[in-house]
Structures are given as C-alpha cells and as structure tokens.
Design a protein around this ligand. Structure first.
Ligand code: GLP
Length: 265
C-alpha cells in the first residue's frame, strides 16, 4: 500500500485526480469501455473539483467511461437531491459532460432492494473490471457503506447503517438524523477488491484513527478499511491531520520524497 502524506486537503485532491487520470486515460487510449468507480461523501470533493478544473481549462476528456457508484441509500425516491446518484451528477459527472446514462448506481428506490443489490453486482461484473476506484473512509473505518463487522469477502448487498454513520451523514439532510435512511445498498468489500486500483482519500483529524487502523492495524472486519491490505495496488492519500496517528509516517514521507519518476501512482 502506498501511503501519500501531503500538507493540505488541496494537495490530496490533486494527487487523487492525478491517480484517477493516470489509470483512466491509458485505459481509454487502449479502447473499449472503461469503468471508473466513484465515491460520494465529502472526502473526494476536492479531487472532483480538480478533475473539473482540468476538464474546463486543460481539455481533460473522460468521454468513454462508464461510472459506477459504490453505494446508495435505500428508500429515497429517484431524483432525491441526497441520493448518491444525484449527488455525483451534481458534483461531478454533469459538469464533466458525461451522459447520465453512463452513470450507474444501485437502485435504492427499487421495490425489492435485495434483488436490486444482486442486479447491481451483476451489472458491475459484466461491465468491469473497474480500472480505478475512488474511496473515502468513515470515522469508524467503513468503506462504501460496509460498516464494522462486514465480511471482508462481501458482495453487493443491503446493509443497515450504524447510528454513528447516520449521525455523521445527518449534515447532508439538514441536520435531521431521522431523515437519514437506515438501509443502504453497498458494493461489498470483496466487490471493491475487484477493482484494479484503489485510491482512498482521507483528510482531517477526525479520520486519523480510522486511517491508522486501516493501514497499520490487523486485517479485521472490525475495521473494514483494513481490507485494503489485501489489494496489490492501493494509493492512500491523506493530509497531515488524517495521517497523524501513523507510526510509519516518517517512512512514508521518505518514500514519497524518493519516488522514482517511473513509478507513477
Ligand atoms: C459515507 C459514504 C462513504 C464515505 C464515508 C466518509 O457515508 N458512504 O463512501 O467514504 O461515509 O464520508 P465523508 O467523506 O463525507 O467523510
């Protein structure tokens, strides 16, 4: 796992954008559909803004990608402003010029969410592999909506949120915890491991414990983010605040300072 410790969240946004572009553009150049895995939440927003800036100012063109979301709330009607499909359109894909038809997510409004989860897993497997998956991490170590205790081999399914996650996400629902759905459909940890490159971004002191547990703790369902230790190509991008509990921080800074130009992300 490459841990990239950077001074500011803006620096993190630039590196995440570099990593995404570095995986997606060569895949587009090879031809054929390219699957880009997107996350919602506040962590990737600066990276998405950087991608949009490059689109506007530098001609970055991601036409040809199929975007797949990690997760979705169950029970919000289609088009609800806080449904993750709407959030990602608003924050990224519309302004990138991507047709909504190439932006996929679990159908959280389906009458049968369990079947919708199985269908999404099949849709992703048929379209994949995901060339690069953007990830955040919850303050309790969750990835996607795989809460602590999630099987490290899990596939896309319905999960019940912890009260902590509902409270964390209430800020997107006007501060009203009761407005945050209790259930979600999320790619499983095993599903996420199927992506070719995982790029996890975390910023701020509030993520420091989760980052340290994911990187340096044991491989355990109690910290779903620790599953990244099983993946051969992980770029973990953190600012100094989110990295301040990493015991090997000095080594990570040393590795970054001596990175070979040919190593890429
Ligand atoms: C959310 C999302 C995750 C996200 C995490 C952290 O609930 N389901 O995909 O990574 O929690 O969110 P944030 O980036 O807003 O801190």
């Amino acid at each position: 796992m490459e841990v990239v410790l950077l001074p500011t969240p803006e620096d993190c946004g630039r590196v995440v954008a570099d990593a995404v572009v570095g995986s997606v553009l060569p895949a587009l150049a090879r031809g054929g559909p390219v699957v880009l895995g997107l996350a919602t939440g506040s962590s990737p927003l600066l990276a998405y803004r950087e991608l949009l800036r490059r689109h506007r100012e530098e001609g970055l063109d991601l036409t040809g990608v199929q975007a797949f979301l990690l997760d979705e709330y169950v029970g919000l009607p289609a088009g609800h402003p806080e449904s993750y499909r709407e959030v990602i359109r608003r924050e990224l894909t519309d302004a990138l010029g991507l047709d909504p038809a190439v932006v996929h997510g679990p159908d959280g409004a389906a009458a049968d969410p369990l079947q919708a989860a199985r269908d999404y897993e099949q849709q992703l497997l048929a379209a994949g592999p995901v060339v690069v998956q953007v990830l955040g991490i919850g303050s309790n170590g969750h990835v996607g909506f795989n809460e602590p205790g999630s099987s490290l081999a899990s596939r896309t399914r319905v999960k019940t949120l912890t009260e902590q996650t509902r409270a964390d996400n209430a800020r997107f629902f006007g501060g009203d915890v009761e407005a945050v759905p209790r259930h979600v459909i999320t790619q499983g940890l095993g599903t996420i491991l199927g992506a070719e490159h995982l790029v996890l971004v975390a910023t701020g002191e509030g993520k420091a414990a989760a980052v340290a547990a994911a990187v340096e703790g044991p491989l355990t369902a109690s910290c779903p983010g620790s599953v990244l230790q099983l993946h051969p190509h992980v770029t973990l991008v953190v600012d100094e605040a989110a990295g301040n509990r990493l015991e090997r921080a000095d080594h990570h800074r040393y590795v970054l300072a001596h990175k070979l130009a040919s190593q890429g992300w």
